[in-house]
Design a protein around this ligand. Sequence first.
Ligand code: DNO
Length: 358
Amino acid sequence: MKMTFRWFGEDDPIPLRYVRQIPGVSGIVGALYDVEVGEAWPEDKIARLKHMVNQAGLELEVIESVNVHEDIKLGLPSRDRHIENYLTTVRRLAAAGVKVICYNFMPVFDWFRTDLARPLPDGSNALFYEAAIAESLDPQTMVARVARESQGFVLPGWEPRRLAGLESLFEAYRGVDAEKLFENLGAFLRAVVPVCEQVGIRMAIHPDDPPWPLFGLPRIVNGQANLDRVLALVDSPANGLTLCSGSLGADPQNDIPALVRRYAGRIPFAHIRNIRRLAGGDFSESSHLSSDGSLDLFEIVKAYHDTDFDGYVRPDHGRMIWDEKGRPGYGLYDRALGIAYLNGLWEACEKGSPGRKP
Ligand code: DNO
């Protein structure tokens, strides 16, 4: 298991030297945030990011995300140009030593919450999903609400550029149902995975978060049946999963340790966090600790350990604690606590199964 930490580049208030001081962290999960979705990532920008990360004594082997242009998800004729650009990015990232590319195939929106700073009983705050709000607000109002609560930070997946032209995007998705989306994902993977195989990159699709349809838009990466289908689209280790416990775990049908075991060998990247499921489909993010949420983090980590997981892992969203001001979900303190906890669980697994590992 290689422990990593998501970092948002130079405008991240968390300096890389702080990240370096979190026990056990060997690498950064990074991205270029100033390249238009669908364009090829320039070599000099990749090199600059890598240099910065390496100078801090950290590795840059995981990218989250190289986003997929909507034309590819929609299956428009213009997708070919964007796929070509994606392949150029893949090759350039491989040349820079990147091993895993995380991406998602969610129409229009990426992850989605109704509150970015819902107070918790202990005085901290966390991201929160309230079904009644999600079902009653229109997308435009939701976008404004998220922007208002984002503390001035651009949130991954909520970049203003991405959300420009929301109405026409919704219009474009009218004829696209889950089947069509699968078809379009298949076409994308059939073009990208062979190149990844050649250059030593593993693609890792992120599940839909939350794992159910929103605003009438289809979602297809949300549970065992569909994950099986996604992996079968191209049956190669280079077509893998970012197994995000918090995203999939919002649906009580998803047994995360069982999924970890089922997809062993196809999970190059693990996002490990907890959530607390509430009545009526609501959920709150929580600390990583098992007893703070609905997921059993020990069982999840044990499933990775039992299946000889040797991929990358990162803690996921943290709460905002100790008066930290930062990008919602992506502060330093609670994610660092999450890492310390995951390290402890992993060590307990190592030492609790004598003879398994040298
Ligand atoms: C949210 C993240 C997602 C994730 C993308 C991957 O905090 O988990 O934005 O990075 O869905 O492409």
